[in-house]
Write a protein that binds this ligand. Structure first.
Ligand SMILES: Cc1cc2nc3c(=O)[nH]c(=O)nc-3n(C[C@H](O)[C@H](O)[C@H](O)COP(=O)(O)OP(=O)(O)OC[C@H]3O[C@@H](n4cnc5c(N)ncnc54)[C@H](O)[C@@H]3O)c2cc1C
Length: 144
């Protein structure tokens, strides 16, 4: 855990993973909803609140156990069956059944005892000129 190496089984939900890792000030960039499962989100991408700082969930997978259609249980990483390792990071259920994943978690220090440095904010706009708004929005997102 000191090196941020985290093994998670596919049947866990991301909310539980985040809650557990929080004790160690660790995070794995995942979705912004706690009830999605590790299996599906990790094999399809994983875009969430931490994506700008830490990238996609699939960027953090170091190794996985996969059951392929021939019934074999395969341990894959960048050196062992690298094509299969590449394919599960986005290929999802087209490739096999992922049972377990090894992630490289990131360290995130709370600003104080109670506060995690993540802010979620809803912004409402009243739009008179949609076209101009969309252009300005695009520019703002580019610069954000
Ligand atoms: C309310 C909600 C909020 C969401 N928010 C986000 C978000 O913020 N960011 C984001 O990136 N995505 C988000 N998603 C999309 C989510 O990542 C995908 O729907 C994902 O596929 C869900 O995986 P699951 O295991 O929970 O679902 P399931 O319906 O169980 O699986 C979805 C797909 O993944 C395959 N699959 C599941 N487990 C495995 C496994 N172990 N091995 C191989 N294939 C498997 C299934 O066969 C199926 O094709 C959200 C979805 C919902 C419903």
């Amino acid at each position: 855990i000191n090196k941020g190496l985290v093994k998670v089984q596919a049947g866990a939900v991301w909310g539980d993973v985040a809650e557990f890792l929080n004790r160690f000030h660790l995070v794995i960039s995942s979705g912004d909803f706690g009830d999605t499962w590790v299996g599906g989100l990790s094999t399809s991408g994983g875009i969430g609140l931490l994506v700008r700082s830490f990238g996609l969930t699939i960027d953090h997978i170091l190794a996985a156990k996969v059951i392929t259609a021939d019934g074999e249980i395969r341990s894959v990483d960048k050196d062992n069956e690298p094509d299969l390792f590449w394919a599960i990071r986005g290929g999802s259920s087209q490739i096999g059944l992922v049972t377990e994943l090894l992630f490289q978690a990131d360290k995130i220090e709370p600003e104080n005892q109670y506060q995690c440095p993540i802010t979620v904010q809803n912004i409402d706009f009243i739009i008179d000129d949609l076209e101009s708004f969309v252009h300005k929005w695009g520019k703002w997102i580019d610069e954000a």
